[in-house]
Design a protein around this ligand. Structure first.
Ligand code: SAM
Length: 272
């Protein structure tokens, strides 16, 4: 669905720019979903955690709080623009650092991390088994993995409602939903050498605030945002339709839409 002439790299740069522009409003939606996965990971003071696809870094800050000043959090991302914002936000935290790399090839040392975490940063790997095998290599034997990813578009009102309001459902990109099938998640992680893999459904209403705040986010990021970034001519008809649908959903000054996720956990086998 990428606009003709817009290559993968240009598409990723447009996405990173959009994520930076709305990072604070977007964090309001994603924070509660990420915290659920952080609870499943249960980071301990003094541990080293790798945050994969850390983006603008909110979850790095949340993990840093959990591991404390004796621990470490390493944010890994391919997007320099997002890493710049993340580094700025974590500037006061001695335990946070950032690496610009693809998770598939990042060269962090073998058996150097207690845990690997991700908030919606693992669904776009070119080779998911190779990427997770590399993350398993970085984990200590017995090290833990926990991430949150989207379930199917049909279950995610947060994405489906804006697409339907704009009449653009047929153009949605499948990438964010590549782990919607728990059997695929499990097979991918097991092929990469993880064990004790679990995928627990977690559904929650999320919000950036009122209809205007939600429109700001949904017109730039998520499946509708991607369509409008890459085919801007569609915005003239999509925006008024989305705004009307959001205003109709506003209650007590807020619009909440349901997000449907998997909270996935696993571990590197203790003797491997
Ligand atoms: C949906 S965003 C989530 C960002 C952040 N975790 C959050 O919750 O705000 C996905 C992130 O994964 C990053 N990403 C995508 N593919 C990646 C890869 N192969 N290696 C590392 N990061 C990747 C993107 O640059 C982006 O920052």
């Amino acid at each position: 669905m990428t606009r003709p002439g817009l290559n993968r790299r240009a598409s990723a740069e447009l996405a990173a720019q959009a994520w930076v522009e709305v990072s604070e409003l977007l964090d309001l939606q994603l924070s509660p979903l990420g915290l659920w996965a952080i609870a499943a990971l249960d980071p301990q003071p003094g541990e080293t955690v790798v945050d994969v696809g850390c983006g603008a870094g909110q979850s790095v800050l949340q993990l840093a709080e959990r591991v404390g000043s004796a621990g470490g959090v390493i944010g890994v991302d391919i997007a320099p623009r997002l890493l710049a914002l993340a580094s700025q936000r974590a500037a006061e935290l001695g335990q946070a650092r950032f690496v610009e790399a693809d998770a598939q090839s990042v060269t962090l040392p073998d058996a150097s991390a207690d845990a690997v975490f991700s908030r919606f940063g693992v669904m776009a790997f070119a080779d998911p088994v190779a990427a997770f095998a590399n993350l398993r290599r970085i984990l200590k034997p017995g090290g833990r993995l926990a991430f949150v990813c989207w379930r199917a578009l049909a279950e995610n009102e947060l994405d489906l409602m804006p697409l339907q309001a704009a009449g653009l459902e047929a153009m949605a990109d499948a990438t964010p939903f590549s782990f919607a099938d728990a059997a695929i998640v499990r097979a991918t992680l097991e092929a990469a050498g993880f064990e004790a893999v679990t995928a627990r459904a977690h559904d929650a209403p999320v919000s950036s605030g009122d209809a205007d705040a939600m429109a700001t986010v949904l017109l730039r990021v998520g499946p509708l945002g991607r369509i409008l970034r890459e085919t801007p001519a569609l915005r003239a008809t999509a925006e008024p339709r989305l705004r009307a649908a959001l205003v109709a959903r506003e209650t007590d000054g807020a619009v909440a839409l349901t997000a449907a996720t998997w909270v996935v956990t696993g571990q590197r086998p203790p003797a491997s």
